[in-house]
Design a protein around this ligand. Structure first.
Ligand code: PMT
Length: 359
């Protein structure tokens, strides 16, 4: 416990309730060799800091070690999980957000915070995730085989809609989010099939990968491999429209203005959700505004089991970035995953998918 923590609850209360000793001092004369923090660091399988204040995050981020907790953080070699708790304005402050990004780059995993009403009367992100949910998240993230025996099909990357032999319509998807999901699902024991649009990153190891160009090709390839799949995750940024006609020769520059006739593509994830014996179907929503409203609408309209919504078109996260944040919705439930690198985020999302799939 930090000094601030002991002002809320006495160490004696914690000791009585947990039936374990409570450590508060960096230099503890009672520890036999006065190296208590190193012993604690060696003993732990993982370190969970809950609740973590903005002050603690700043200390961890810059390597300060002026009390037992910050010293322990520096001394551990095990995985570190942090469940932040603070006022929403403190959470949004650039200094706090920068510390979170630094810590994420240092390999820390964040659990929460949740959104809602706060002790100070504000409403917003900063509530500590409920203890039961923290324990559940730790259990899921640390059990290697949570997808053992399942077949998972994923889409990733952009599609290219050909206009003529040299031009196409596409988008900024790099495939990083979908590839991270494929790789992590495979590590969690799933048999993974990945249907990918054209990307510049290496294919994930041990994953059966099929490359396609257009939305129509992605649709056909997904449908060919759908039988027997338990879970489908649609992380691809599929074109919603494709040119009505593909010109066989390069379109020549002639007039001041020109028009393109586009028609809707088939919605892949919505079609999968309509299949008999449909898999547990997870879509993504990439939005530049009204994230929750549009994501909830897609969840219902496409008849999905779950949707993972992310902001796109911003400096951080979303398209072509190493990090991302997700707001995940399902019927009567939601969970926030704060900004973290895509492999880490993929693991958190897969833990949630596994939990809902097995529910
Ligand atoms: O690839 P990265 O650079 O790592 O970026 C990741 C990402 C931002 C692309 C990814 O996280 C993401 O949000 N993917 C979905 C992008 C998207 O097309 O969202 P949407 O809101 O337009 O579509 C909603 C859902 O319908 C998606 O699951 C999409 O795959 C699916 N869809 C859309 C159109 C279509 N014809 N068929 C589909 O299956």
């Amino acid at each position: 416990m930090t000094k601030a923590a002991t002002q809320f609850i006495s160490p004696l209360t914690f000791q009585a309730l947990s039936a374990h000793p409570v450590h508060t001092e960096l230099l503890d004369a009672d520890q036999e060799n006065a190296m208590g923090h190193i012993n604690l660091a060696r003993w732990a399988d993982l370190l969970l800091i809950a609740p973590a204040t903005a002050n603690s995050l700043a200390k961890f981020s810059y390597g300060l070690a002026d009390d037992l907790l910050s010293t322990l953080y520096l001394a551990v070699e095990c995985p570190v999980y942090i469940a932040p708790a603070m006022n929403q304005a403190m959470w949004y402050k650039p200094a706090t957000q920068e510390n979170i990004q630094r810590l994420t780059r240092h390999g820390v995993t964040f659990i929460g915070p949740d959104e809602g009403s706060q002790a100070c009367g504000d409403i917003g992100p900063g509530r500590m995730t409920e203890p039961e949910a923290i324990v559940q998240s730790l259990k899921l993230q640390n059990s290697p085989g949570i997808l053992q025996g399942t077949k998972v099909l994923l889409t990733a990357g952009p599609t290219r809609e050909q206009l003529d032999p040299v031009r196409f319509i596409s988008n900024r998807s790099s495939g990083k989010m979908g590839y991270a999901l494929a790789e992590q699902a495979q590590r969690l024991g799933a048999q993974v099939t990945l249907i990918s649009g054209p990307v510049a990153i290496p294919a994930p190891k041990h994953v059966q990968t099929f490359f396609v160009q257009s939305a129509a090709e992605m649709y056909d390839t997904v449908m060919q491999h759908m039988a027997g799949q338990d879970i489908m995750i649609a992380a691809a940024a599929v074109a919603d429209y494709t040119p009505e006609l593909v010109q066989t020769e390069k379109i020549k520059k002639q007039n001041e203005k020109t028009e393109l006739n586009l028609r809707k593509t088939k919605d892949i994830v919505a079609s999968v959700a309509k299949l008999d014996n449909r898999p547990f179907t997870v879509g993504f929503a990439a939005e530049t505004q009204n994230l929750e409203h549009y994501a909830q609408d897609k969840l219902r309209r496409k008849n999905l089991d779950m949707i993972a919504a992310n902001w796109v078109g911003q400096a951080e996260g979303g398209f072509d970035s190493d990090c991302n944040a997700l707001q995940v919705y399902w019927e009567n439930g939601q969970q926030t995953f704060t900004i973290t690198d895509k492999p880490q985020l993929a693991r958190q999302l897969l833990a949630l998918i596994a939990e809902r799939f097995h529910a």
